[in-house]
Design a protein around this ligand. Structure first.
Ligand code: G6P
Ligand code: ZN
Length: 545
């Protein structure tokens, strides 16, 4: 024991002042994270902020992006120095975000560290990120992330096991030692695939795939090995059914974000005459999903509503769902389904962490966000492959096509036409002026031009009563229209303004319009009221989803 203690060094270092976690952990350029002591100081803040780690077991894994291995090595040495008993780490340092969540829950761990900047580009000039998940498997709540941030502001250094203590071979499955720390390197896929087999009817999906075909785009990111195991090995899909399935540290120089703008090759395949019946993609760390039918992309908001309406057809949800939650900017399509099913629905701020309490309390079974995130109480993260398998199983159960399912859904519940317009890398001062300018006019706007509600969203968690303020401005119109404006909490360059536009069309109305056409009036009204283009000098949004 004494020898282990002697190998620990305390490295003196002044605090870094820019370590406030955003919507989903700390995200910065790789160049920032690779600066001497930068990552280690944040890890020290995590370990101190979380507390009680001595003798505990945690999980560690990342999406394989550039700097993943270097960061893993530093974190393991720091875990050893902090008296953590054991770290469970995915082979190669790889674990998808939902897989980390599952491992924490199944093995009843103290928590886990996820290394990812999600859908942000990777590589030496790209982004890196780190976040801590707590014992329920979900992202640390704001109370914890704020404590971590506060500590990061006043640290004077960090504790780390000396490099001479040796290294861990991350490519070797099995148990190894690093000082007093036990490191268990595991197959990143096995536990997760087993969980999916419990929730879905693999036999029925297998024969459906044979008849109809599937195409999954892993975008050179973490879901590649998961997709290979599940689609090819367990569901018998032909080899060409998965694309970009070899994870690369720079994601093949692409933006690993599953939306129509960034998954171009998948979209092209799904618009071709020989398109398979289901196309899908996931993001850098495997928690996002996009669902595509032949010549049709399903909006994430509609996806949540469809899953909620049909959950009983899926083995894992055959008993029915207790409730649905969506982030505030997500369209209200799921609320309509919940009302019809007679179950609760909740509106939370953006960020998956806000669903944790509702899921733990059993108040909701399904959750979703407009940002291509869908999930359920099987883990405490959104789950990309889970959503794809849910759709697949739904298609297999009903024998319907994606367009037919959507059409039937809208005919039953009406349609929420929906779009998000992003203005990226806007000068931060300008973006704040636009937000604050709108905030100051909220009182005036109420009652004008059909606006019935104009506020800055404030959330009180129904379980622990914690309050989150200033979560985005909502302008709700009497005719079922809604505009939402907020600043992204995940960008790493300047500010990203997100404008969310939504309009309700009753079930007897015109349900087959292109969303941009259906929303054109509201989009023009948004410019009149908010003036993003006028005030930012941008001619159009950078990304439209
Ligand atoms: C991440 C979070 C989501 C969030 C999304 C967009 O994926 O896990 O919960 O919806 O980022 O966040 P942003 O703040 O950039 O709109
Ligand atoms: Zn992600």
């Amino acid at each position: 024991m004494a020898a282990d203690v002697l190998q620990v060094s305390h490295i003196d270092c002044p605090p870094f002042m820019d370590q406030r976690p955003g919507t989903s952990g700390l995200r910065k350029k790789v160049t920032r994270f690779a600066e001497p002591h930068y990552l280690a100081m944040f890890v020290q803040a995590i370990f101190d902020g979380v507390g009680d780690l001595k003798g505990s077991t945690i999980a560690l894994g990342g999406d394989g992006r550039y700097f993943n291995r270097e960061a893993s090595a530093i974190i393991l040495r720091m875990a050893a120095a902090h008296g953590i008993a054991k770290v469970v780490v995915g082979k190669g340092g790889i674990l998808s975000t939902p897989a980390v969540s599952n491992i924490i829950r199944q093995r009843q761990l103290k928590g886990g560290i996820v290394l990812s900047a999600s859908h942000n580009p990777g590589g030496p000039d790209g982004d890196f990120g780190i976040k801590y998940n707590v014992a329920n498997g979900g992202p640390a709540p704001e109370s914890v992330t704020e404590a971590i941030f506060a500590l990061s502001q006043r640290l004077s250094g960090y504790d780390i096991l000396d490099a001479q203590a040796g290294t861990i071979d991350l490519d070797k499955i099995g148990t190894q030692r690093l000082g007093a720390l036990t490191v268990e390197v595991i197959d990143p896929v096995a536990d997760y695939a087993a969980l999916m087999e419990k929730l879905f009817d693999f036999a029925r999906m297998r024969s459906w795939i044979k008849q109809n075909g599937v195409l999954f785009d892993a975008m050179h990111a973490v879901t590649g090995p998961y997709a290979e195991e599940i689609f090819i090995k367990r569901l018998g899909a032909p080899a060409g059914s998965i694309m970009n399935f070899v994870p690369k540290p720079d994601f093949g120089n692409h933006h690993p974000d599953p939306n129509p703008a960034h998954a171009e090759a998948l979209m092209a395949a799904m618009w071709a005459s020989d398109a398979p019946a289901l196309g899908a993609a996931s993001d850098g760390d495997g928690d996002r999903n996009m669902i595509v039918g032949p010549k049709l992309a399903v909006t994430p908001s509609d996806s949540l509503a469809v899953l909620a309406a049909n959950a009983k057809l899926i083995p894992g949800y055959a008993k029915g769902i207790s409730g649905v939650a969506r982030s505030m900017p997500t369209s209200r399509a799921a609320d309509v389904v919940a009302a019809e099913l007679g179950i609760e629905s909740f509106e939370t701020p953006t960020g998956w962490k806000f669903f944790g309490n509702l899921l733990d309390a059993g108040r909701v079974t399904l959750c979703g966000e407009e940002s291509y995130g869908t999930g359920s109480d099987h883990v405490r993260e959104k789950d990309g492959l889970w959503a794809v398998l849910f759709w697949l199983d739904l298609l297999a159960a009903t024998g319907e096509t994606v367009p037919a399912i959507l059409d039937a859904h809208w005919r039953r519940f009406g349609r929420h036409y929906y779009s998000r317009h992003d203005y990226e890398a806007v000068d931060s001062a300008k973006a704040n002026d636009i937000m604050n300018g709108l905030r100051q006019r909220l009182q005036d706007l109420k009652g004008r031009g059909g606006i019935e509600l104009a506020d800055d969203f404030r959330y009180q968690d129904p379980i622990d009563n914690s309050i989150s303020e200033k979560q985005g401005v909502r302008l709700v119109f009497g005719n079922g229209g809604r505009l939402v404006l907020r600043l992204s909490g995940t960008g790493t360059e300047g500010a990203t303004l997100r404008l969310y536009i939504e309009r309700f069309e009753p079930r007897t109305g015109n349900l087959q319009l292109d969303a941009q056409v259906a929303l054109a009036d509201l989009i023009a009204q948004a410019e009149d009221i908010i003036g993003i283009k006028r005030l930012s000098g941008r001619a159009q949004p950078d990304v439209v989803t």
